[in-house]
Design a protein around this ligand. Structure first.
Ligand SMILES: *Cc1c(COP(=O)(O)O)cnc(C)c1O
Length: 443
């Protein structure tokens, strides 16, 4: 972060957040309960949030932001939408958890099945991590195989098998990304570059009969937003079918976001298993996994594969999720969401070109991604060529003007039903100003 920007941030009204962060660090590792919240990629102090309303976030210093992060994806209806708050409040008055079946769990499962015809049976859990971890167990239990394939730069939560980075080589035997992941587990995870069919085919030629599942973000949102190239997802489907390997679509981020039926609807692919989270909880902790009946029937109590949860199918989360999905069923909702994210992506490109900065941007459904990069971003390697320092300056300058984007270029941006054309217009004007300042400073 440049000194000039550091001064603006630290001399602004951020003093309460600075104190709150210092206090938090005494009791929470790094002051946070999830690492990215600490702003390590961009430097500075994260604003501590007091409240959210629609597209706005307000911090404890009274600064208001237009929020394009939306709790990292769940809040597609915006903050504290009256319908969602009403659903949660009504349910809370009836009780918050029973550890016994409720009808509302079936209702949400039915709604998910209607939108995702590949999911015959659905199991609710409490986070995306739990969903992907459980889907892998089911895939291994069902196929009797141990290896899995993931793609470099795709994030599927922090379960041991999935916290693996790629190295070099064709069939890179996984190296753990984190101490604490045993190498015996990491070795079972093979990693290949995203959007590269040939590399995936080579891995199948070597290990095909041992691969239980391929897990993929069908639209990658955790290395910035990276779109699947034409025909890529179908090629992945064809290869997995040829080797009797299960295909797991991790739609924790893209589900009900790139379209109501997720990436599988948008790209016309029929995965064996799907994981969901974020939007389906409407801002409450939730996850879900599901898929073909004969696979899902292997789960306890129907079958031998064990998976359970004290708060799974939590009534508050089910109520918030159902209320959110109802809002998304409004005529034209996705056209509007897509128009807003396309405008943001296009605006970023236009402002960058005017300021002669290297820019790339993508948008799909209610997601967008901005990179300061010269070359097209198609995978993790190309995403990593983006200028992280330039993004940090851009991020802080936008934040200081009241626009809250992801505190890392390698994260996606999100829009909600409540973002107005006027708010987008303000954002584009600020983007233009900020980029001109960045150009001046670069000279
Ligand atoms: C956020 C995310 C997860 C993990 O979900 P948590 O609820 O944070 O555990 C998994 N997969 C994808 C694609 C995600 O974006």
């Amino acid at each position: 972060m440049s000194d000039e920007i550091k001064d603006t941030v630290e001399n602004s009204k951020g003093s309460k957040s600075i104190a709150a962060f210092a206090r938090a660090k005494q009791s929470l590792p790094g002051g946070v309960n999830s690492p990215v919240r600490a702003f390590r990629a961009v430097g500075g102090t994260p604003p501590f949030i007091e409240r959210g309303e629609g597209a706005y976030l307000t911090d404890i210093d009274g600064c208001r932001y237009i929020d394009y992060l939306l709790s990292w994806g769940p809040l597609i209806a915006g903050h504290a939408h009256p319908a969602v708050v009403h659903a949660i409040t009504q349910q809370a008055q009836l009780g918050t958890s029973f550890g016994a079946p409720t009808e509302i769990e079936t209702e949400l499962a039915e709604e998910i099945k209607r939108a995702y015809p590949s999911m015959d049976l659905v199991r609710m859990v409490s986070s995306g991590t739990e969903a992907t971890m459980s889907a892998l167990r089911v895939a291994r239990g069902y196929t009797g195989r141990s290896r899995i394939v993931k793609f470099t730069g795709c994030y599927h939560g922090h379960a041991d098998s999935l916290l693996i980075r790629a190295g070099s080589g064709v069939a890179t035997l996984g190296l753990p990304d984190s101490p604490g992941v045993p190498s015996a587990i990491a070795e079972l995870t093979l990693t290949v570059p995203y959007n590269d069919v040939d590399r995936l085919r080579m891995v199948f030629e070597e290990f095909g009969e041992e691969i239980a599942a391929v897990i993929i973000e069908p639209v990658a949102g955790n290395m910035g937003l990276v779109l699947p190239q034409g025909g890529y997802l179908q090629a992945v489907r064809d290869l997995t079918l040829a080797y009797d390997t299960l295909l797991i679509f991790d739609e924790v981020m893209t589900g009900f976001r790139v379209s109501y039926g997720g990436a599988q609807e948008r790209f016309g692919i029929d995965p064996d298993l799907t994981t969901l989270g974020k939007v389906i909880g409407g801002g409450m902790p939730v996850g879900a996994y599901g898929g073909k009946r004969e696979i899902m029937e292997q789960i306890a109590p129907e079958g031998p594969i064990y998976q359970a949860g004290t708060l799974s199918g939590n009534p508050l989360a089910m109520a918030a999720g159902l209320a959110t999905l109802k809002l998304l069923q409004t005529e034209g909702a996705y056209d509007r969401l897509e128009r807003v994210s396309q405008r943001l992506a296009q605006g970023f490109m236009d402002a960058g070109h005017r300021a002669e900065l290297p820019v790339q941007a993508h948008a799909i459904g209610a997601m967008f991604g901005n990179f300061f990069a010269k070359d097209p971003v198609v995978d993790y390697a190309t995403a990593m060529q983006a200028d992280l320092a330039l993004y940090a300056d851009y991020f802080h300058a936008m934040l200081a003007r009241g626009f809250y984007f992801a505190p890392s270029q390698l994260e996606a941006g999100f829009v909600s039903l409540t973002h107005t054309d006027e708010q987008v217009e303000q954002t584009l004007i600020a983007m233009g100003d900020v980029m001109q300042n960045l150009r001046r400073r670069r000279r």
